[in-house]
Design a protein around this ligand. Structure first.
Ligand code: COA
Length: 331
């Protein structure tokens, strides 16, 4: 028998730390220029935590804002799926720390490690738990403190990343303003193009791993760039096509904010004009698992997120991981 339960986003909350790291600041730290960063990435500034502030702190603020918007207590949350590559600790899961601090008594949850596709993967996990009838209120969070794993003497990576968090509540619905479809794909052959090699079971933290800077992000920027351009276009075109939509049906393209040029290239392949694309990389940089909810929040603040809108969210990241999600905005 057909399963008639559908899932929708019913609330959104985001949080970024107040401190700014501007291109002018970076000019004083490494051999770079405001012009180079803007031209090659589109980034003007990033929000960066103060010492002592971790991923869970940002995630808690975003989660509380989402719950406040929906006007429900945390005790109604049944599950928390938290995407991050910068957990407070290897374990326990940051989802557990958030569960405790927001007071989601009785909820379960776990962390999802899918780098820049983390939010789209966590979102689909939440959607499927709701569509299956297992849960009625799932909190999906994307949060990263990228500044904790960035080498601020490496100009190739330190200009790109920022810190932030976003959370959505996923709930059942019976109408058409719901999740429609998704396409996810991983390609582990690209694993070495973007990684943090130290601190895991292969290279446990030691003086040697620290001396070699293995606790930082290592990236082959061009390899990631080429893969992202190709796969963002491919996955978004496929998910539209198999649901009978064209690029012109999309009210809002919400891409992962890794590089302005990657976004514009995918949008061009879909035939999308700039008024249909959300770009806030200039303000936040690449916040990894937080970019999609932060982009939704920017759209909302600009009055560009309306009930019934067809939204196409798209991510590519370390792994490699690819995600494309199609849904209608429900409120
Ligand atoms: C990182 C990235 C911005 C670099 O841009 P690029 O146009 O590919 O630049 P390249 O890596 O080819 O480097 C070109 C030159 O700029 C230099 N350069 C790198 N970073 C620089 C910086 N911050 N300031 C000035 N020059 C810089 C390089 O050293 C290189 O110099 P060389 O030609 O003398 O060797 C780009 O590759 C990118 O965005 N990749 C994808 C990254 C990404 O999205 N990561 C997150 C995963 S979702």
């Amino acid at each position: 028998m057909a399963n008639l339960v559908r899932a929708k986003i019913s609330a959104l909350g985001t949080y970024v730390p107040p401190r700014l790291l501007t291109n002018a600041d970076l000019e004083k730290m490494v051999e770079t220029s405001n012009e180079w960063i803007i031209e090659r990435t589109g980034i003007r500034q990033r929000h960066i935590v103060d010492p002592g502030m971790a991923t869970s702190h940002l995630a808690v603020q975003a989660a509380l804002r989402a719950l406040e918007e929906r006007n429900i207590p945390a005790t109604e949350v049944e599950a928390i799926f938290l995407a991050t590559v910068t957990p407070d600790m290897m374990f326990p899961a940051t989802a557990c720390l958030v569960q405790d601090r927001i007071g989601a008594k009785g909820a379960w949850g776990f962390d999802i490690s899918a780098a820049c596709s983390g939010f789209t993967y966590a979102l689909q996990t939440g959607v499927k738990f709701v569509e299956s009838g297992a849960h009625k209120k799932v909190l999906v969070i994307g949060a990263d403190v990228m500044s904790s794993i960035i080498d601020y003497t490496d100009r190739a990576t330190c200009v790109i990343f920022g810190d932030g968090a976003g959370a959505v509540l996923v709930e059942p619905t019976t109408d058409d303003l719901c999740f429609i479809d998704f396409i996810h794909e991983v390609d582990g052959s690209g694993g070495c193009a973007l990684s943090m090699p130290g601190g895991g079971s292969l290279h446990p933290s030691s003086h040697e791993t620290v001396d070699k800077g293995m606790h930082y992000v290592h990236q082959d920027g061009q390899a990631v760039f080429k893969y992202a351009v190709r796969k963002m276009a491919e996955a978004t075109a496929s998910v539209l096509q198999r649901n009978g939509f064209k690029g012109s049906d999309v009210a809002l393209f919400v891409p992962h904010q890794a590089n302005r040029r990657i976004i514009m290239s995918a949008a061009e392949r879909l035939g999308l004009k700039e008024d249909r694309i959300i770009i806030n990389i200039d303000e936040f940089g690449n916040t990894t698992a937080a970019t999609i909810p932060l982009a939704l929040e920017s759209a909302r603040q600009q009055g560009r997120l309306k009930k019934g809108d067809l939204i196409l969210a798209s991510t590519v990241g370390a792994g490699f991981t690819v995600g494309a999600t199609l849904f209608r905005w429900a409120y």
